[in-house]
Design a protein around this ligand. Sequence first.
Ligand SMILES: *Cc1c(COP(=O)(O)O)cnc(C)c1O
Length: 526
Amino acid sequence: MKYFSTRGGSQELTFEETVLTGLAPNGGLYIPTSIPTLPENWKNDWKEHSFVDLSVAVLSLYISQDEISEVELRKLVVKSYARFRHPEVTPLKKLGDKKYILELWHGPTWAFKDVALQLLGNLFEFFLQRRNEKNLEVNEKLTVVGATSGDTGSAAIYGLRNKTNISIFILHPKGRVSPIQEAQMTTVTDANIHNLAVKGTFDDCQDIVKALFADTKFNAKHHLGAVNSINWARILAQTVYYFFAYFSLHRAVGEADVEVQFVVPTGNFGDILAGYYAKRMGLPMAGKLGVATNANDILARFWKTGRYEKADWSPLDDSPLTQPAAGSSDGKQATQDSNRVKETLSPAMDILISSNFERLLWYLAYENVPEDDSDRRGKAGEIVAGWMSQMKSDGKVEVPTSVLEIARRDFCAERVGDEQILTTIQSHFLGTPSYVVDPHTAVGLFAAERMAQQNTSSVIQVILSTAHPAKFSEAVSAALINTPNFNFENQIMPEEFNGMLQKERRVIDVESADIELVKSIIEARV
Ligand SMILES: *Cc1c(COP(=O)(O)O)cnc(C)c1O
């Protein structure tokens, strides 16, 4: 299996090159040359598989044996999921006859990004070690640099801690990530982990990281690596839990066939894209894949209008609870400026554009090119390159109706506001069974209710739960504060969080958002 860029060109990469490269030189994202189909007896052969067994079965369809043998792959997968607190890794919980929750947050940082980043860390280490064994004269190293507003940073740090030949530098805006997230990142004191607390905003951090990657000299010297959600290995790792959920649901319902709809709290479109691959491989999904966005609703608007366009929401959409970003001098300005995200109660989904959406656009473009075209793949790449360059220059692009129709065949989408997040957290706490969800999962649950109206009565919904509620104490407390019998410490706080805020920390203060300053820190510690 080889991989090529969504923006065309003849370049084809191995899995290893794809994982180590991240972004294609022409700005595109890598996708597989074909989507593999499932083995003939998969339903029967895989039905009792553990999460690890399923990972090996699914991943090996995308990774050639001569790149990673099945024995090696199994070792990597076992290691990646050994530290998950739940034996099933991603267990399925029943909330109602037609409503299940897939809990994806049993990994080290209590959010779904662990599922992919634990594996990515092991893949990086494996590839580097093998390269260095083959060529004893050089010792290839990787310097991972990333900016975070909270979730990605901690999951990346836990994925890469203690890995041979890898250093990681994570920039966060000082004092602007939640106390739990800050503690999760900075209490990891392994020698290869470097937390940079930058005096500035998340955008400042992001700009510095972009500038570092664009600095060819610096990049070549330090072999910069990326862990953001465009990395193909992250998508691939996430495909597995759609299969796991399908079989778990079979067992729970006790029927030969179930009609399932997955609903996914969505930001950069990585999580739900994995579901699309699962569907294209042949996993039966009776209901459309449900894209659930918060007020940063570029995707929900796409499915409504066919226009992929940066924010056009009016300030009237502001729910009263949404506060302007800490330190932003003028909240109104921030909400009207199409180059800034809107701060919501579900911060991990606060995005301007969705980086992985380009991968779906490629498949939509491809299907829209006539089947008998001898260069169907090349045409699709040209179309996507055109759309993306238009997006860059105009901030918007409109796809033809025929393309929108293809998109609507597989997906539906809903937008959920902060107000609805709060009422959803409350209604599920008061419901039977009582269940506390984090604000991102609440977006999924509320969207699912709306989507259910379009389903036939036999469809069972599986909502992906992307974080543990204790990670987002502010929103959860705001929703439940006036509810009788509610106690955050006793009911929600996991034991493991006790004492975390007091643990030893290691963090480097960066006094100004200055790229040269950050470069010198990296040079000194790598
Ligand atoms: C990253 C994240 C999301 C969004 O996932 P995408 O793959 O970017 O769509 C949702 N919820 C939580 C808690 C996250 O950390």
